[in-house]
Design a protein around this ligand. Structure first.
Ligand code: 57M
Length: 359
């Protein structure tokens, strides 16, 4: 909004011209989203406590989690509020991608919110059925794909880190691929969010890396120089990623151990869906497997554990899945598990950036 209000006034005050620049507006979005969460966080936590919107702890989980019963949850509502306000304040509102990504992010937030509400209302950790969640998520991606494929410049070629010449065209199968990436990332973040700060830390890293890649993908000269797909209009995703990173940093302030609030499925599903859709829009889908490696590893650990459990008649690969519980069962205290996963996430983020030069 500020872009539309202030750039035309640059004759009145030449400094307003700075609102034209994506770099300036991205920093504005980071700071705005961060401050919204930091300022409203305490009030939000008190509100959740007042209305007894507290976490229901599963009885089959690690004993160390029983003390978390009643911790305020659905902190994702605050994250989504900050992301939406900061994005609308700083983006170029004529950019179609921003409306698609806000729509999908908020839709995934609605799905998670229904799940959270059911858990809290029924005082059990059930919530929406897995199938119901999957159907609603897929419907959201199908709607977004329809808008994306109508976008004249959106192409359905895949690009790979390291291999710049391999760019297969998936055609209409791209929709299936988009569902896999976006729904998969959403559920992977959801599974990761099982310890204080464990999901939001890698979300900050992933948002930061995609902030940079969005800027490069939207810049015709830099995209050509770095041999990455040029996506006209993708530059505005830089501002959205800034809002994601800023709100996630703000949330980490309250979610770090011992957590004062959990993000809930309203947060984990929406953040994962947003990151997956950014990867699709800027044509950096496989990069997500590198920078989002923590999310991939957590989801894989569950698939391997459940699959082996069924095939072996009850044997386990890990002491408990997802992977973070395995280390808890080995006796690592929660902050040690979380900070070590953050370290790995940062290394993966730096590796993702390194792919820019290794092509
Ligand atoms: C998402 N949710 C946390 C919180 C957060 C198939 C199976 C692997 C599914 C999986 C599952 O139920 N996953 C659900 C993870 C939950 O967190 C809430 O959910 C939101 C995110 N979706 O925002 O509202 C618990 O996580 C803890 N937590 C924190 N700090 C945080 O900042 O401590 C969350 C955020 C919270 C709190 O205790 O209650 C969760 O873990 O449920 N199931 C599991 O992950 C279970 N694993 C399992 O069943 N493994 C079996 C299977 C694979 C065969 C096995 O390995 O044998 C474990 N999770 C729990 N108890 N809580 C073990 C049982």
């Amino acid at each position: 909004m500020l872009y539309h209000l202030l750039v035309p006034l640059q004759d009145v005050f030449s400094g307003f011209n700075v609102f034209r620049y994506i770099t300036f507006r991205s920093i504005g979005a980071i700071v705005t989203a961060f401050l919204i969460v930091i300022c409203l966080g305490p009030k939000f936590i008190r509100l959740m406590q007042k209305h007894q919107v507290g976490q229901v702890i599963r009885d089959d989980g690690p004993e160390t989690h029983f003390s978390k019963q009643g911790v305020p949850t659905m902190g994702g509502l605050l994250i989504l509020f900050a992301v939406t306000v900061a994005s609308l304040l700083w983006v170029n509102l004529t950019n179609q991608y921003i409306w698609i990504i806000l729509g999908v992010t908020l839709w995934f937030g609605v799905i998670g919110g229904i799940d959270d509400y059911r858990k809290i209302k029924k005082k059990n950790s059930k919530g929406l059925s897995g199938r119901g969640k999957l159907l609603l998520q897929t419907a959201g991606v199908l709607a977004a794909s329809w808008f994306l494929l109508r976008h004249p410049q959106f192409d359905t070629h895949l690009s790979f880190p390291f291999f710049k010449d391999i760019q297969p065209d998936l055609g209409s199968f791209y929709i299936l691929f988009a569902i896999f990436v976006i729904v998969g990332c959403s559920n992977a973040v959801n599974l990761t969010d099982g310890l204080d700060g464990l999901a939001i830390g890698p979300t900050v890293v992933t948002s930061g890396v995609y902030l940079l890649f969005s800027y490069l993908a939207g810049h015709v000269g830099l995209a050509a120089y770095l041999q990455i797909p040029y996506v006209p209009g993708a530059g505005e995703m830089t501002i959205f990623c800034g809002a994601l990173a800023g709100s996630s940093l703000g949330f980490l302030w309250f979610n770090t151990y011992p957590a004062q609030v959990f993000m809930g499925d309203v947060g984990s599903l929406s953040l994962g869906g947003a990151l997956g859709l950014v990867a699709i829009i800027i044509k950096q889908e496989f990069l997500l497997a590198i920078v989002g490696g923590i999310f991939v590893m957590e989801a894989l650990s569950v698939m391997l554990q459940v699959g082996y459990f069924k095939l072996s008649g009850g044997k386990r690969i890990f002491l408990m899945a997802p992977f973070h519980h395995h280390f808890e069962k080995k006796g690592w205290v929660e902050p040690k598990v979380v900070v070590r996963f953050w370290i790995v996430s940062i290394i993966l983020g730096l590796s993702a950036l390194a792919t820019l030069k290794l092509r």
